[in-house]
Design a protein around this ligand. Structure first.
Ligand code: S3P
Length: 183
């Protein structure tokens, strides 16, 4: 937990792969001017390799340890006002869920399975979907993770039918309310 005088005013985006966290994160960053931390990108830059390569070389647990360390670091920063876009599996560890809520306002971007399948099918960056039946894998992971997103988020946003600008407007309005009018 950060010990600074100023309470954290991060906006933290969680949700399944392909739910729009990175896109909405960029939009919020542009609107508020807060620095954007895309956790997957930071991990890739530090490891100097892609997430897929980290999974292949060191295994998923090593990647999860990197996620947890980064969350701890973000919690230690003084006066944090950031937009934090997370990887879809960050809610898997109980400790991470606590760290996420300590960081600030946690927003769950939710998209239905067919939309996720359509979006994630466009690239091969996601090692967990490197399987013969990505649809079945998405269903199984989604069933496991839904209650975890639910438990972690302050706000659930259904993304269907809304563009990233509309989503950002809604999130900002509720974040202002959450932070009692001051962002
Ligand atoms: C993962 C999601 C990915 C990335 C890694 C694992 C997951 O991030 O962290 O491939 O477990 O759902 P995105 O949600 O940004 O795709």
């Amino acid at each position: 937990m950060n010990e600074s005088q100023t309470p954290p005013k991060n906006i933290v985006l969680i949700g399944f792969m392909g739910s729009g966290k990175s896109t909405v994160g960029r939009e919020l960053h542009q609107r508020l001017g807060y620095p954007l931390v895309d956790m997957d990108q930071v991990i890739e830059q530090r490891a100097r390799k892609s997430i897929a390569a980290i999974f292949a070389d060191a295994g998923e647990e090593a990647f999860r340890d990197m996620e947890t360390s980064l969350l701890e670091e973000l919690n230690d920063l003084a006066a944090p006002r950031r937009i934090i876009s997370t990887g879809g599996g960050v809610v898997g560890r109980e400790g991470n869920r606590g760290l996420l809520r300590q960081l600030g306002y946690v927003v769950w971007l939710h998209a239905p399975m067919p939309v996720i399948l359509e979006r994630t099918g466009k690239n091969r960056d996601r090692p967990l979907l490197h399987t013969d039946d990505p649809g079945a894998r998405i269903e199984a992971l989604m069933a496991l993770r839904k209650p975890l997103y639910e438990e972690t988020a302050h706000l659930k946003v259904k993304t269907t039918g809304l563009d990233c600008s509309e989503l950002a407007t809604g999130i900002l309005e509720s974040a202002r309310y959450f932070f009692t009018g001051h962002l």
